[in-house]
Design a protein around this ligand. Sequence first.
Ligand SMILES: Cc1cc2nc3c(=O)[nH]c(=O)nc-3n(C[C@H](O)[C@H](O)[C@H](O)COP(=O)(O)O)c2cc1C
Ligand SMILES: C=C(O[C@@H]1CC(C(=O)O)=C[C@@H](OP(=O)(O)O)[C@H]1O)C(=O)O
Length: 383
Amino acid sequence: MKFLTAGESHGPQLTTIIEGLPSQLPLTAEDINPWLAKRQGGYGRGRRMQIETDQVLFMSGVRAGRTTGAPLTLVVENKDHRNWTEIMSPEPGNEPRKKSLTRARPGHADLAGGIKYRHKDLRDVLERASARETTMRVAVGAVALKLLSELDITGVNYVSSLCDIDSNVPFNWDLVDAIESSLVRCPDPEASQKMVERIDQAKKDGDTLGGILEVRFRNLPIGLGSHVHWDRKLDGRIAQAVMSVQAVKGVEVGYGFRGTRMPGSQVHDAIYREDGKGYYRLTNGAGGLEGGMTDGEDLVVRIALKPIATLMSPLPSIDVVTKQPADAALERSDTTAVPAAGVIMQCVIGLVLAEAILEKFGGDTLPEIQERLATYRGFVAEY
Ligand SMILES: Cc1cc2nc3c(=O)[nH]c(=O)nc-3n(C[C@H](O)[C@H](O)[C@H](O)COP(=O)(O)O)c2cc1C
Ligand SMILES: C=C(O[C@@H]1CC(C(=O)O)=C[C@@H](OP(=O)(O)O)[C@H]1O)C(=O)O
C-alpha cells in the first residue's frame, strides 16, 4: 500500500491517493470524518479551526460503501481558500502578492525552504510546510484504522504531558472515555484542568506549548515487520512515519530513554506460555516490539512535540529581501497542537501497521486477509 498527499494550506483543496487497498473493505465518510473532526479539536487551537469543518469526499475507489480495490482518491476542501483566491492564484502577475512573507520565522521551514527552492516570498514554502497537510494523513490513516478494526486491532492516543504538567493516571484501556471527554485528550482529569489553565496563560503571554503524546495499539499478531533488513524493521518504519509529522522532535518505543537508567534485568520482558493462551509477558518494557517485529504485547509509542513556532512576541530574524534584521513575521496561529497531534500520530502509526499487515497477509480482498490472519493466530497459539 502506498499513498501521496497534495495541497497547500490555503489552496482550494487537499488530496490523497492510496494505492494497494484490498477490496470489500466497508468504507463510508462516517469512518473518516470523526477522525478529521478530532484532529481539528483539542484546546489551544487557533482561529483557522473555526473556519474549517473538514469533510471527506470520495473521488474514486469506493462504490456502495465498499472499496473496489482501485486507487482510492480522497479530497478535503479548504473553506478558508475563498479568502485567499487572489493570493493563491496559479495565474502569473500581481507580484509581490498580498500576504507575502519575507521575515523568516524561526522554527519553521521558511529560511531553508526559501534558499533551497529559490523563493523570496516565503509563503511559497509555508503553504506546503504547514501542518494543514496532516489532514490528508489523517484521512488516509482513518482508512488504515478501519482496515485494522476489521481485524480486531484497535488503538488509542492521549496526552501524557503538556509542557511541565504530567498526567498522573497510569494508562489502562478503560480510560478511553475519559480521554475522549477531556478538552486536551488527557486521561487524568486533574492534570487536564491544569493543562487548560496553562494553555490560557500561554495564550495571554503570547507564548506556545509542546508536550508528550502516547499511542497504543492492542491485539497485534506476533511477527509484523521483520528482523532481516533495515528498511523492514517496524520500529524504524514507525519512527520515520512519526518523525515526518510537523513539530515532532522525538520518539521512543516502550521504556525508551527511561530504559537507559535501568539495569537490563528490569527492562526486558520474561517470556511465558500457557496452553490455549500461547506466549505472553508480564511486563512490556519493549513496548510491543523486539528485533523490528511485533511481539504480541501492546505497541506503546511516546512522541515529543515541540512548542508551536509562531510566537505572538516574535523572535529576532532577518528579512530575506532587505537582508536587514527584523522581527519574525506574525501569522494567525495555534497556542498548542499537542492534543490534535495525538490523533495524527495514531493515524500515521495505523498506516504503518496496516501496511505491515498487508505485507504478511496481503490479499486482494478483506475476507482473504481475515482468513489468513485467523489461520496464523491459530498457528501462533500452537507454536
Ligand atoms: C496539528 C498541528 C498544528 C500546527 N499548527 C501550527 C500553527 O498554528 N502555527 C505554527 O507556527 N506552527 C504550527 N504547527 C507546527 C509547524 O507546522 C511546524 O513547527 C513546522 O512545520 C516545522 O516543523 P519541524 O521543524 O518539526 O519540521 C502545527 C503542527 C501540528 C502538528
Ligand atoms: C490549518 C491547520 O493548521 C494550521 C497549521 C499551521 C502551521 O503553520 O503548521 C498554521 C495554522 O494555519 P493558518 O495559518 O491558516 O492559521 C494552523 O491552523 C490544520 O491543522 O488544519
